[in-house]
Design a binder for this molecule. Structure first.
Ligand code: FAD
Length: 373
């Protein structure tokens, strides 16, 4: 079979790219090594900017979700700040959410090949081979196969720098203090986790409890030890099974090489993660939209994709520098104290940056420095 585009990976990046490209009239194949529904380690937090993009694919009412209305921030275990969320945000279970997106893509006409890992790519013949024996020819190949992308590896693009997260979904009954979470709050824990944070995100039937280190520098064992200590602080029993996963740290975003001008990486495979928060679903969708717009623009797809992605990548890389400064202990404490003392201003700033991305982190950082002097 020959397709206009073959997409490897049917997470949010691949499924949304498939949907939008098929909606533009292109013949699309979407392949994933797993059958859906499948689990994906993730807090499942969707901010308003992501929800806005999702509306072009399916009614948001159709997504099983939990409404989030506030953020409670802790520093070395003590309550440090609390902010209302000014725009909509939700948590979702990724197994359900990702399945809905794949189904929406299929309904739009995408041919899916699920449960078949990518086996090889012939970049000269422009053909991928899946483990089930399917051979798919393409004009454009889209690598959307996550943080440890094989498409990226096969094409010789250096691998992303990775952070590492440990997370599990735990029953509500195990929480020592569920009050904020029951009222739609998420909890973020700073101070004990260098270059990262701990989180509790409520969902309908359970809560996601995790710690993540968004830079290299700690071993997986050290992060797991931090996680066990975190669990002991917040749960009445720590008898749960955690899982670990890599995510890009945002520091080595790369798109491809001139050798393969018909290869586009998106989502985690491209290294697109918010270096402050670890939020990646937004960038999965944003890059899926960007690659779609580049392909349907009628211009040569790869240079157009590279041009459109370069602004996003620049913003992510600027944010890495800011993150490294803000996560340094004295700056973090000072920023949290200031943000709590000016809660209304901070709520607006969080809304403009993290929730809606109407303002870049670089601009927000300059503003915060100016006002908190
Ligand atoms: C612990 C943790 C918590 C997180 N919490 C949040 C959060 O709350 N909010 C948020 O926005 N982001 C969060 N993220 C980040 C988010 O999960 C990712 O950024 C997002 O899933 C990226 O989407 P994607 O489609 O690029 O990749 P993925 O969702 O990873 O999908 C990639 C797909 O490719 C498939 N695949 C992989 N290899 C192959 C292969 N060889 N052949 C075929 N298919 C293959 C996989 O099966 C998978 O379905 C979190 C990440 C972690 C690790």
């Amino acid at each position: 079979m020959i397709y206009d585009a073959v997409i490897i990976g049917a997470g949010p990046a691949g499924a949304c790219a498939g949907y939008w490209l098929a909606a533009a009239g292109l013949k699309i194949a979407l392949a994933d090594r797993r059958k859906f529904p499948r689990e994906k380690l993730c807090g499942g937090l969707l901010t308003c900017k992501t929800v806005d993009m999702l509306r072009t694919i399916l009614p948001v009412e159709d997504i099983p979700k939990y409404g989030i209305s506030g953020t409670y921030v802790f520093h070395h275990g003590r309550s440090a700040a609390a902010f209302k969320l000014l725009s909509e945000a939700y948590t979702v279970r990724r197994s359900q959410f990702d399945t809905l997106l794949v189904e929406a893509a299929e309904k739009r006409g995408v041919h899916s090949y699920l449960g078949e890992p990518l086996q090889s790519i012939d970049f000269i013949k422009r053909e991928v081979c899946l483990s089930g024996g399917h051979r798919l020819g393409y004009s454009i190949l889209i690598g959307a196969d996550g943080a440890l992308s094989r498409v990226r590896r096969f094409s010789g693009i250096p691998k992303n720098e990775m952070g590492f997260c440990v997370e599990s979904h735990v029953p509500w009954e195990l929480l020592k203090n569920p009050d904020h979470l029951r009222n739609g709050g998420i909890e973020i824990y700073y101070g004990d986790f260098s270059d990262g944070y701990g989180w509790i995100f409520p969902c309908e039937a359970s809560v996601a409890v995790g710690v993540g280190n968004l830079a290299q520098g700690m071993t997986e064992q050290e992060i797991l030890a931090q996680y066990q200590k975190f669990l002991a602080d917040i749960l009445i029993s720590t008898d749960i099974k955690p899982a670990g996963a890599y995510l890009p740290s945002g520091t080595s975003v790369a798109l491809g090489t001139p050798l393969y001008e018909n290869l586009c990486l998106i989502g985690d495979a491209a290294g697109l993660i918010d270096p402050f928060t670890g939020e990646g679903i937004y960038y999965a969708l944003l890059s899926a939209k960007t690659v779609t717009d580049a392909i349907v623009s009628g211009k040569t797809a790869y240079p157009e994709y590279e041009r459109r992605m370069s602004r996003i990548i620049q913003e992510i890389q600027d944010t890495v520098g800011i993150r490294n400064r803000v996560y340094s202990p004295p700056v973090l404490k000072h920023s949290l104290d200031f943000m709590q003392s000016a809660a209304q201003y901070s709520e607006k700033l969080i809304d403009e940056t993290i929730v809606r991305y109407a303002k870049t982190y670089a601009d927000a950082y300059e503003e915060l420095k100016f006002y908190s002097r």
